[in-house]
Design a protein around this ligand. Structure first.
Ligand code: FE
Length: 186
């Protein structure tokens, strides 16, 4: 298998302020994400028969790929940030309304137990579903593709929000790059 490359952030570290500080983005990208890429690549070099190596690889590989997606899903903050076009239509038809989707996705994010993610999945027929991942890889859905993810590990918000995960989740809606999400949906 090919080793993973470190993908640079598609914007400056301070671009997401005040929703996410430069300090968090530096640590999140350069330390946490890079550690998952390195961890996945290190596991690849070990004999794959070992069950512990496979666990280690799954954790780190999924961690690396989720962070790639998370960073790509974000953009400079704007008030009234909303999806439009095809992705808005899809959200309305799967979740009744955007407000309802926002409420359900936020609840999923706030209620992740311990470290994990809220995920918007699409299935092979482009139906949408909200889910959670524990750590990076538990509760995953085979055949479903994540198109929008929210990292709710403490390292994603603690320096800015302390233990107030809910406010971080509320502010997340200002920095979603809906063009990126739509591109992954289509
Ligand atoms: Fe993270």
């Amino acid at each position: 298998m090919k080793t993973l490359n470190i993908i640079p952030l598609p914007y400056a570290y301070e671009e997401l302020e005040p929703v996410i500080s430069r300090k968090i983005m530096e640590l999140h990208h350069d330390k946490h994400y890079v550690a998952y890429v390195n961890g996945a690549n290190a596991a690849l070099e070990k004999p794959e028969k070992n069950r512990e190596v496979m666990r280690d690889f799954s954790f780190n590989y999924n961690g690396a790929k989720l962070h790639e997606l998370f960073f790509a899903n974000l953009i400079k903050a704007s008030e009234n940030n909303m999806p439009t076009g095809n992705i808005l239509e899809a959200i309305n038809s799967n979740f009744v309304s955007f407000d309802n989707f926002k409420k359900e996705f936020s609840q999923a994010a706030v209620s992740v137990e311990g470290s994990g993610w809220a995920v918007l999945w699409k299935d092979e027929e482009n139906n949408l579903m909200i889910g959670q991942l524990e750590k990076h890889n538990l509760l995953g859905m085979n055949g479903m593709k994540p198109i929008l993810v929210l990292d709710v590990w403490e390292h994603a918000y603690y320096l800015d929000y302390l233990n107030d995960r809910k406010t971080f989740v509320d502010n997340f809606w200002k920095i979603i790059n809906w063009n990126d999400v739509e591109k992954r949906y289509l």
